[in-house]
Write a protein that binds this ligand. Structure first.
Ligand code: FUB
Length: 307
């Protein structure tokens, strides 16, 4: 076997953990179970109308738990382009934030992470309400229990959600013009440092990638820290972006879920979800993520779980 044949075979055997075209993954853990909430992909113009959820106890085998929400059937105000779901739990209820019709953000609630989710009845962020497009919601939960909504395209926005999780004070929105900010803002905190990360470039481009900045406050100001995750041509990995970050419960181990062009033969409409390690440095930054084609198993972390 030649070297290029071996590389091709290795890449065609690369794991697509969700066994299909999916993007924009929100990785989360509830009660000992990992969940992935992605955009369904593989359609021209990202035309999916429904969201499905996947669950796993080992991060390797993911079970398709079915459709949990249909933008077309379960809202009265939107038709499709169901993109970029985000999930959070508060007070025993689960809240699903989603993009609809390419420029609105909605929210639906359920008693289970598997749904069924009931829509709030109106956009939470309507087209034109704030600068840029209203897409790509994400939820950050601070150590004091405050829930923040992030969203945006070309301009990033953040606001604290009210306790009902389906409203906020529009006067309290922080908006940022970040370096190369395109979309998919994500926030996490480790110790006293807040990390804001986002996607640069277009999801159809090989150079779609993740960049980040740090601050001592969720409202900034932000210190640019450079690229966090980008393509790895030697491994056939392109278009690495629209990520989420999860601390493995009970550990100081962190995961980054993101999408890339499907391997082999993917592009900006045929994307797949993958998970890699995210490592913090002693000086309060992040190591550049090494995009991998090997699955990551929860056993890699079990030894570090503290009682
Ligand atoms: O999946 C549809 C869109 O593509 C998302 O809203 C963007 O973040 C990009 O990933």
């Amino acid at each position: 076997m030649t070297e290029s044949e071996a590389t091709r075979d290795a890449l065609s055997a690369a794991p697509s953990i969700l066994h299909g075209f999916y993007a924009d993954p929100n990785l989360i853990e509830f009660d000992g179970v990992f969940y992935l909430y992605p955009t369904s992909d593989g359609l021209a113009d990202w035309a999916a109308t429904t969201f499905s959820v996947f669950s796993s106890t080992d991060l390797v085998r993911w079970d398709d738990r079915g459709v949990i929400f249909s933008v077309a059937e379960d809202t009265t105000w939107a038709h499709g382009h169901a993109w970029a779901p985000a999930i959070s739990r508060r007070g025993g209820r689960f809240y699903l934030y989603f993009t609809a019709d390419q420029d609105n953000i909605g929210v639906a609630a359920a008693d289970s992470p598997l749904g069924p989710f009931a829509d709030s009845g109106r956009p939470l962020v309507a087209a034109g309400q704030f600068s840029g497009r209203a897409i790509d919601p994400a939820v950050f939960v601070d150590d004091d229990g405050s829930h923040y909504l992030l969203w945006g395209n070309t301009v990033a926005h953040l606001v604290k959600l009210n306790e009902d999780m389906v409203s906020f004070d529009p006067e309290a929105v922080s908006s940022w013009d970040l370096p190369g900010f395109r979309e998919a803002a994500w926030m996490h905190r480790r110790g006293s440092t807040y990390f804001l990360s986002w996607s640069q470039n277009d999801t159809r481009e090989e150079d779609y990638r993740v960049h980040y900045a740090t601050s001592s406050s969720p409202r900034g100001p932000w210190a640019d820290q450079g690229v966090l995750l980008s393509k790895h041509p030697d491994r056939g990995i392109y278009g690495t972006g629209h990520h989420s970050i999860l601390r493995v419960p009970g550990t100081d181990d962190w995961l980054i879920a993101y999408h890339r062009f499907s391997i082999p033969g993917g592009d900006g409409h045929r994307r797949e979800v993958t998970i890699d390690r995210l490592r913090h440095t002693a000086d309060g930054r992040l190591e550049i993520v090494e995009p991998s084609t090997s699955p990551i198993h929860v056993d890699h972390f079990r030894s570090t779980i503290t009682p």
